[in-house]
Ligand binder design. Structure first.
Ligand SMILES: O=C(O)c1cc(C(=O)O)c2c(n1)C(=O)C(=O)c1cc(C(=O)O)[nH]c1-2
Length: 240
């Protein structure tokens, strides 16, 4: 039970840092897509090759838009040090030259399951629900203040643990996928841990009032829904 302190002016006092952190972590854990039935089936080794290909082709649509939404966040930052830190995320995905970066690693994952690059880039396999979920996330970061957009990225608090589970599941249940194809997930363990700690520090610095703290928690809940809706669409399937 948490006690809500209301000040004399009737405005709820801000949560102290440990309670605020606890609330953010609770959302990132309890509503995270590692609990989605599709991910559970993936981890139990129950996905068919066609289902894995469907997930990889549709998740590419998310991956290719992450640097786009990060560029929208950079445009909201007015300090060189903040922009420098956030620009590194774009570099993680795009690399500094052709043949590098997270998008390249995801394309190689696609090739490891038999999806060629043009098929991933032309987006013909992208399901309507996935398109909407990704657009919802990009537009959220376009239209909301930096606090909300950065707080939404905090799903990454739970991502490193999911990456470890996923790598173990792929090695055990889907040996037909070459180990080299899993490089994307291996790289994300370190990147996700570092990104989420940096984002958490920014959210703590910027959310000074209870209203701002509640906005941050709501932004994170929204992002959990984006990831959940994306997997709902992939789970349901349809199309090729
Ligand atoms: O595979 C996943 O389950 C997963 C989840 C998330 C996430 O929690 O948002 C990201 C990623 N992967 C990812 O690869 C990634 O680059 C990434 C960036 C972000 C973000 O919101 O800025 N989330 C995620």
């Amino acid at each position: 039970m948490t006690v809500t302190t209301v000040r004399d002016d009737g405005v709820a006092a801000p949560w102290r840092t440990p309670e605020f952190t606890e609330r953010l972590r609770a959302v990132a854990e309890e509503r995270y897509h590692d609990r989605h039935p599709f991910n559970i089936r993936m981890h139990q080794g129950e996905l068919t090759p066609a289902e894995l290909r469907r997930w990889i082709a549709n998740r590419f649509h998310y991956q290719r838009h992450i640097p786009v939404k990060d560029a929208l966040i950079v445009a909201k930052l007015d300090q060189p040090a903040l922009r420098r830190a956030w620009l590194r995320r774009i570099q993680d995905h795009d690399g500094t030259a052709d043949g590098e970066g997270g998008i390249e690693r995801w394309l190689r994952l696609g090739e490891a399951v038999g999806l060629d690059r043009p098929t991933l880039w032309d987006a013909t396999r992208v399901l309507p629900g996935v398109r909407l979920a990704v657009e919802g996330y990009v537009n959220f970061c376009r239209l909301r203040p930096a606090l909300d957009a950065v707080a939404a990225s905090l799903t990454e608090l739970s991502a490193p643990s999911l990456m470890r589970t996923r790598i173990a599941a792929f090695e055990r249940h889907y040996p037909w996928i070459e180990a080299e194809g899993l490089a994307y997930f291996r790289a994300r363990i370190g990147q996700g841990g570092r990104d989420s700690e940096e984002a958490l520090a920014l959210v703590h610095a910027w959310a000074r009032t209870r209203e701002q703290q509640e906005r941050a928690v709501a932004a994170l809940a929204f992002k959990c829904e984006v990831l959940w809706a994306l997997l709902d669409a992939v789970d349901r399937g349809g199309g090729s």
